[in-house]
Design a protein around this ligand. Sequence first.
Ligand code: M6R
Length: 620
Amino acid sequence: MCGIVGYVGHRPALDVVLGGLRRMEYRGYDSAGVAVLDGAGALTVERKAGRLANLEGRLDEVGREHFGGTAGMGHTRWATHGAPIDRNSHPHRDASERVAVVHNGIIENFAALRAELEADGVEMASDTDTETAAHLVARAYTEGDTKGDFTASVAAVCRRLEGAFTLVVTHADHPDTIVAARRSSPLVVGVGEGEHFVASDVAAFIEHTREAVELGQDQLVVITREGYDVLDFHGDAAQAKPFTVDWDLSAAEKGGHEYFMLKEIEEQPEALANTLRGHFESGRIILDEQRISDQDLRDVDKVFVVACGSAYHSGLVAKYAIEHWTRLPVEVELASEFRYRDPVLDRDTLVVAVSQSGETADTLEAVRHAREQKARVLAVCNTNGAQIPRESDAVLYTHAGPEIGVASTKAFLAQIAANYLVGLALAQARGTKYPDEVAREYAELEAMPAAVQKVLSTVEQVRDLGRRIADSKAILFLGRHVGFPVALEGALKLKELAYMHAEGFAAGELKHGPIALIEDGLPVVVVMPSPKGRAVLHSKLVSNISEIQARGARTIVIAEEGDETVRPFADELIEVPAVPTLLQPLVSTVPLQVLAAEIARARGYDVDKPRNLAKSVTVE
Ligand code: M6R
């Protein structure tokens, strides 16, 4: 949460920083702010609560000409400490207004630090934890061993901070330098010609350079126009990992779509194809960075999938396939619950941590807990070099490309595909599937991008339906087997985008309570299994639909093309291509994404920026 960008170079810093913030606004919509160093010793700051547009309006009012300079930084905030109002917006400054700081994360010992500063006579101007860092850097710079040494002052402060943080710091005495530091929170360096960047995400600088450097844990970087130095928090030189970003600016832009989410829904066939590509060679499944040996995979006697939100739903889908293919017990657990209930783990447990961002705090803590218990951890992640893959034993990257819309779409489908690859790798290592069976399953997965493309060509009907039911008070979602997590995902999409009450249920549970919710005209979305794949489930769901229809529900049925048995029970029938049972979530989720987006649009909401949410949740 919170987006950070810093720049030192030859271009007007304000333009570069605002351009970066536009691409990182997805990380927090509570406020935005900038600081620019003009080279003559002036540090000019402006910040404003609300969307980035508010800040831009404010900059126009005060005059952008006051922000001349080729070094600067910016921030978009997702509030943790202090209400989302102007005075809590970043950057924060010390009392002399020579030091400015932007921050992502939580400084856990901020109350003690604040008390210490107040006892020293410092008057706090905000309710944030961040402001303490600005005062501490200013103090370190004016006294003691670090006096006059900007980098050493920041390093000394970092050593005192507890919690997770990315900090970017400027000092008016050093107009050509920015110092940035990280612990358990993302920070990448962009390496250009005569210019350098720091940011939470490469999207902030991809317009200018694709050459990047991934900072390690407890590292600090000093950027100038000429270069960058990576140090540890004791000021010693440290190693960081250079990489080249493998997507370009167009991937981080809307490309003519009204919203990123709509673009990302359309990118799903490509996201699936890219995720699968290269993982089946010479008749074998190959994972990305498989630092878990085949022998270790053979020894696995239990699998946990830990994740949050949509990623958790992808794990629920995977459970059906992994258990079926490997005969291993699979538990799927919300990462926020996992470590607090003392799960039974040992070195033969495989924990699969699924995360688009790779920085979700709950999932990261679950990974740490699992590793402490000696379990092996495999990350399924969409973000190269993020904290979760770094702290895991192995990683399988989903190659969905940047996902900017807060609601997960293409990353979710890619996670399902990647989880299935994990299942096939386990089945292969354990011999629970013959090589030709693994090859057949993989070939079926490879056919999925085309199937999803087919769904996308028929979504106009779903859009029309969305507009017609946009005034509903609530919508329920029902499914069985792999259709159950799809129902949960459909409900989550609707809650987060349309702010509508939505619940997903296992259809078999209906009679145990939820059926009491059914009333005249209530839309109920039913995710049907294939009549050929699981005939018994199909007929049970047909009975469930007729039960709710008899009680007045408006039934919206997602069913396989040509499934005539269900037609009489469907007030609205949405057809998806016939695919193997376990792969059905890849096609049946798509109409639910489109439905939620269209209802949100019809209700006048910003599809990419749902209220109260941010794309990555880096606090527990
Ligand atoms: O980055 P992650 O995959 O770890 O994020 C997990 C959830 O926060 C995320 O899936 C969230 O639920 C999405 N907004 C759902 O659309």
